[in-house]
Design a protein around this ligand. Structure first.
Ligand code: HAM
Length: 471
């Protein structure tokens, strides 16, 4: 059928036969208001953003830049390079890599068919990055590959504070090193990164779910434990008992949580190799002085993991106890499952929105350093030239081209957080000068046009307290 149906949770639109996209949401639509969403006024006919997908307005972007820059720096210092993969991938990639019985694949993917090809908006980055690693045969080029990424992900979840349908992740994947030292270094560097962005007391939780054989034996033990009390389990956990028993440990249902209390612990089932990996991980973390807690119930919601699992939490007052800042772990068999050779891997991802909620950092709000204000028709071109000359020496400068009143121009300078306002009027033009106001110092002087750029540069570079005059 050549019709497109778009449904934003409030109304369905049909684009008619011209459209070629058929969008099928696999998620149940939550009707609760989004905590993080600003109250949006408008007539009933106004078009609004899709529920759970939020605008980031320029006033908020500075904090995003600060976190993204800190992340890039942290990763590049560790030898990681940025990779960018498509937002849309073939649906079977996620089914195969993440697992058919995970919440993400069962309920949360935005999947659609385009010319009969099943496609999905990426719900996470790891599967696409592993696909790119295999597709470009990167394993032939280097023994260890360290890649980081930032970008939007899409999951049709019930929106709430810190949980959105479009959200941004920053993350990294390391291919080619099976050793626990790699895991410990990654975890340790993340604690430093979180501190750098103003998250004071991050808490690290670690666990190991072993590799293939360990997990098979552990699953059997869980089934043996839960089958006799099956009827007491929630409907979801009863289903998980058949499809994915490990996920019962993750259940939020109070009765399930009670029953999980005395469930067998995966650490008691580790094979000799898995135990050696686990013990070494802890020794490395101890050597690095990274504080951590062992959480034997930590299983994580994606099926690709084996051995090391970790989560980092924090800012419980702002995010609630259940909200994870960073989640990650080892996935040593994904590359073979995607058609590559046996290459071990480990990675992590964080939701940038959650980091922003948790972080205490503030960023300067100034938009430009200088506002050039032309007064009168004749001064207009001179102001355009002056603005360009100032920008050419690397100073942020806006020319107010509205031809507004002096009062409105100065109000604009204030709103932009400009340090300097330069007034170019017809009289100044005639006298070959510019009126310079240092708005921080409440100082005003007439400066020769030939000297104005240097003079502005001196003022902008100087912290205003340093040359503040006595009252
Ligand atoms: P994940 O635990 O599904 O793991 O997500 C990682 C982080 O993304 C979460 O801890 C959270 O901060 C953020 N996040 C997840 N879902 C949402 C949402 N709906 N709204 C806002 N933030 C969200 C992964 O995605 C794995 N790919 C991590 C990984 C990389 N493992 C190995 N390599």
């Amino acid at each position: 059928m050549d019709r497109a149906t778009y449904n934003n949770g409030r109304a369905a639109y049909n684009t008619g036969t011209a459209g070629r996209l058929r969008l099928t949401l696999h998620a149940k639509r939550g009707d609760k208001p989004l905590v993080s969403e600003p109250r949006r006024e408008g007539s009933p006919n106004s078009v609004r953003a899709v529920k759970g997908m939020n605008d980031v307005l320029p006033s908020e972007v500075g904090r995003w830049h600060r976190i993204e820059a800190a992340f890039r720096r942290a990763m590049e210092w560790l030898g990681y390079r940025e990779v960018r993969t498509p937002y849309v991938e073939p649906t079977p990639l996620f089914v195969r890599a993440i697992g058919e019985t995970t919440d993400v694949v069962e309920k949360e993917m935005y999947s659609f068919s385009h010319h009969d090809e099943p496609l999905t908006l990426r719900p996470e980055g790891t599967a696409g990055i592993a696909r790119a690693y295999v597709e470009h045969k990167i394993y032939n080029e280097e023994p260890i590959t360290r890649w980081y990424y930032l970008g939007p992900m899409f999951r049709a979840e019930r929106p709430q504070r810190g949980r959105y349908r479009q959200f941004s992740q920053l993350g990294a994947e390391c291919f080619g090193d099976a050793g626990p030292g790699c895991d410990a270094e990654m975890i340790d560097s993340l604690v430093d990164f979180l501190r750098d962005i103003g998250i004071a007391s991050p808490e690290v939780f670690i666990n190991s779910i072993g590799s293939g054989d360990t997990r098979a034996r552990y699953k059997q033990a869980l089934v043996a434990k839960f089958v006799p009390v099956k009827d007491k389990l929630s409907a979801e956990s009863q289903r998980r008992l058949v499809t994915n028993p490990l996920r019962i440990l993750d259940s939020k249902n109070p009765v399930d949580r009670e029953l999980v209390q005395d469930a067998p612990k995966v650490l008691d089932f580790l094979s000799d190799e898995d135990r050696a990996h686990w013990d070494a991980l802890r020794r490395h973390l101890d050597a690095l002085g990274t504080p951590y807690q062992i959480d034997t119930r930590l299983v994580r919601g994606l099926d690709y993991y084996g051995r090391t699992l970790f989560e980092i939490k924090g800012a419980y007052d702002k995010l609630g106890a259940g909200s994870t800042l960073i989640g990650g772990g080892r996935y040593d068999s994904m590359i073979t499952e995607l058609g590559g050779p046996q290459v071990p891997a480990i990675g992590f991802a964080a939701g940038i929105e959650r980091l922003l909620i948790a972080s205490e950092i503030q960023v300067p709000t100034s938009v430009v350093d200088v506002l050039v204000a032309p007064i009168g028709e004749e001064a207009f071109n001179a102001a355009l030239v002056l603005g360009r000359d100032i920008r050419r020496v690397g100073i942020r400068c806006e020319v107010d081209t509205r031809k507004a009143s002096i009062k409105a121009l100065l109000r604009r300078a204030n709103t932009l957080g400009a340090r300097i306002a330069l007034i170019v009027g017809e009289r100044e033009l005639r006298d070959g000068v510019v009126e310079m106001k240092d708005l921080a110092e409440h100082m005003q002087e007439r400066v020769a046009r030939a000297d104005i750029v240097t003079r502005v540069a001196t003022h902008v570079a100087m912290p205003f307290v340093a040359h503040k005059r006595a009252p």
